[in-house]
Design a protein around this ligand. Structure first.
Ligand code: PRX
Length: 655
């Protein structure tokens, strides 16, 4: 985080209350009501979640036990039978919502499509039958590598319907990254498109799939291709099929498969402290409840709302808050293929005006880029339909918060700053907009049922306003269940940083935070080797592995440098193999190489060549020193454990 942001967050004292009108109509209407819910959930979490599961979801068979907790492994709603596609679709068809818009889609070139619940149900059932015809069975994995088009949501829901787990890979990841994920998840089928629109250019998705499969992903038998951009692509006979050809004439009758609560719903890969991304596993019943109830209370969904989350379905935010949470609630969810770009910097405001969006959920980086583009773009549109705003993905600086509040929200919309992670399945710390007054830069309070705290590494709760580690002391229904294929890594990564005491396990989120005297949380950013670039989470070791796979690179150390717009920027310190010499050309090539290995989101902002990396006497790279150096800070006090002080002088000279 930039130093200026830290300073302004530390000084922030303003408090913003929702209007009386907002609170009166909200699901949770007052701080007292929130506190009562919170206290009740804390006193008996199982009763709290059990009651909600019964009231909010349709089950084919009720559970025997709300929670079976064998730390760190949890089973929620044991022996319950449920299907999330049923909860997102079928159950609305017997109500007036049958002909309500479920999905409103806006394509980047300006084409659009609206699917009612009945229409979406039909398409999902048909595609579920297509998958079955291709031999996809309950328990199989399906890779989804798609642009932001309705078929991405249809494919996810169709998998859920037949009990195949989906593994969505963000369309910005490279063929290499896609391949790793398909192999790890042993995907049987890949669903993709010929291409997708991204800032007026075509992303050649199918070409990337071909590259990913060229070196062999033995489990993949079929590739389904949506025609989106219409450019020429290769179709491998026997393996590749056009979506439309297979969907045509297929029966729309496909009853939802009763799934065990703990059957896997999806795998989603995310970056951590090691080189290899982790397959985060979410299961059916608990995730359905958690994504449902958080969407309902945090976005205060009402039947008249038009809800828009600008994330991509390739990230957890897209899973929980474009697809599953909103649809489970019978809401109208907007999906937009485009992004603000030079040719149309005001496109977000066009979408809000066109569809009368009432709830808008986006990332702080996007807000900062809107500030830079200028107020005249949003001011040229009618944004009066908006009644609630949200942010996610990174800490928001109070200046950006205030701009969002005034310019976009017209000083009438509460802002929910939602802290959570791929691993948590849903939002954990946030305001409930009608109940909890907000402070710019604070995610405010834990969601009812989330027993969070700020701790030191011994598990002691730190004092008010003291920095510590954001932790959760009790399981919750939306929590990840394991790392796919590596339960031990799950235990080590999340449950042992804070040593278990007397059988009590604490979830370690990897974020630094402080809690103020009002119990408000202020998330300060990652404390591990993960950097957050424009709300995208990247492992430094992942980028280092990509760099050292280039023949010129001997050693690499990657750190985050504070950036006013993107939060952080990637800086790579690189030593070269002796047969190569440093040059601007080589720096460019290395950046390109990282893009090829991971994707454009991982492109280093800066490559700094150096003769050696600063190491401790025991050979550990001194990342903190590099971070400070990258940030242009004075590092003279950091060097007592440095093995060779000459390295530092050279690094400084290089800078
Ligand atoms: O560092 C926190 C940051 O994003 C991380 C989780 O990233 P990911 O799994 O990709 O999920 C992003 C969308 C939920 C967290 O560990 N983060 C997320 N939301 C916030 C945040 N940091 C501060 N404030 C937030 N509201």
């Amino acid at each position: 985080m930039p130093q200026s942001t830290i300073e302004s967050i530390l000084q922030e004292k303003r408090l913003f209350h929702p209007s009386a009108e907002f609170s009166q109509n909200a699901h949770i209407k007052s701080l007292e009501e929130y506190q009562q819910l919170y206290d009740r959930a804390q006193a008996d979490p199982q009763q709290f979640w059990g009651e909600l599961a019964e009231k909010e979801l349709d089950w084919f068979q009720k559970w025997d036990q709300v929670l079976d907790w064998q730390p760190p492994f949890a089973k929620w709603f044991v022996n319950g039978k449920i299907n999330i596609s049923y909860n997102c679709l079928d159950r609305h068809l017997t109500t007036w919502r049958k002909n309500k818009a479920a999905l409103i889609w806006e394509g980047e070139p300006g084409d659009s499509r609206t699917l009612t619940y009945a229409q979406l149900h039909r398409e999902v059932c048909q595609f579920a039958n297509v998958l079955k015809q291709l031999g996809v069975e309950k328990g199989d994995r399906v890779g989804i590598y798609m642009p932001m088009i309705p078929e991405a949501a249809i494919a996810m829901l169709a998998c859920a319907r037949i009990g195949a787990a989906h593994t969505v890979v963000f369309g910005g990841f490279s063929a290499e990254a896609l391949r790793d994920r398909l192999i790890d998840g042993q995907a049987k089928v890949v669903v993709t498109a010929d291409g997708g629109w991204r800032k007026d250019a075509i992303v050649p998705l199918k070409e990337q799939v071909d590259k990913a499969l060229a070196e062999g992903v033995p489990t993949v038998q079929n590739v389904l291709v949506v025609k989106r951009t219409g450019q020429q692509i290769h179709m491998e006979p026997g393996r590749d099929h056009w979506w439309d050809d297979l969907q045509k004439g297929v029966s729309a009758n496909c009853p939802a498969e009763p799934m065990d609560s703990e059957d896997m719903l999806f795998i989603l890969y995310t970056s951590g402290s090691t080189g290899k991304p982790k397959g985060v596993v979410h299961t059916t019943g608990g995730y359905n409840l958690y994504s449902h109830i958080t969407t309902k209370w945090i976005f205060d969904l009402q039947d008249t709302d038009v809800y828009w989350c600008t994330a991509d379905v390739g990230w957890i935010t897209g899973h929980s808050y474009i697809v599953y949470g909103p649809l489970s609630n019978g809401a109208t969810t907007v999906m937009y293929e485009g992004a603000p770009r030079n040719s149309n910097p005001g496109c977000f405001w066009d979408v809000i005006e066109k569809y009368g969006v009432t709830i808008f959920y986006t990332a702080p980086t996007a807000i900062r880029s809107f500030i830079k583009m200028g107020e005249h773009f949003p001011k040229a549109r009618n944004l009066s339909s908006l009644r609630l705003l949200g942010t996610v993905g990174e800490p928001i600086n109070p200046e950006a918060w205030m701009w969002y509040y005034k310019v976009i929200g017209g000083e009438r919309c509460p802002i929910v700053d939602t802290w959570w992670q791929t691993e948590t399945g849903g939002i954990m710390i946030t305001a409930l907009p009608g109940a909890i007054p907000t402070k710019p830069g604070s995610a405010t309070r834990p969601f009812p049922g989330i027993i969070a705290d700020v701790m030191d590494l011994d598990g002691n709760i730190v004092g008010d306003n003291e920095g510590g580690y954001l932790s959760v002391k009790y399981p919750w229904p939306g929590m990840m269940r394991t790392v796919y294929g590596d339960p031990d890594r799950f235990r080590r990564t999340y449950w042992e940083h804070i040593p278990p005491k007397d059988g009590n396990y604490t979830y370690f989120a990897g974020d630094g935070a402080r809690k103020d005297e009002d119990g408000y949380y202020w998330v300060m950013g990652r404390v591990d080797d993960v950097i957050n670039v424009a709300g995208h989470r990247l492992g430094t070791m992942e980028i280092e592995s990509a760099l050292v796979s280039h023949p010129a690179v001997a050693e690499a150390a990657v750190v985050g440098k504070p950036d006013e717009l993107k939060g952080e920027e990637i800086v790579a310190f690189v030593t070269l193999d002796s047969t190569f010499t440093a040059s601007d050309e080589l720096a460019k090539e290395l950046k390109k190489h990282v893009v090829g290995e991971i994707g454009a989101i991982a492109r280093p902002g800066e490559i700094r060549f150096t003769e050696a990396l600063p190491k401790t006497r025991s050979g550990k790279i001194m990342r903190r020193l590099l971070r400070n150096l990258a940030a242009g800070q004075d590092v003279s006090g950091d060097t007592s454990t440095l093995e060779d002080r000459g390295v530092l002088d050279k690094l400084r000279e290089g800078a």
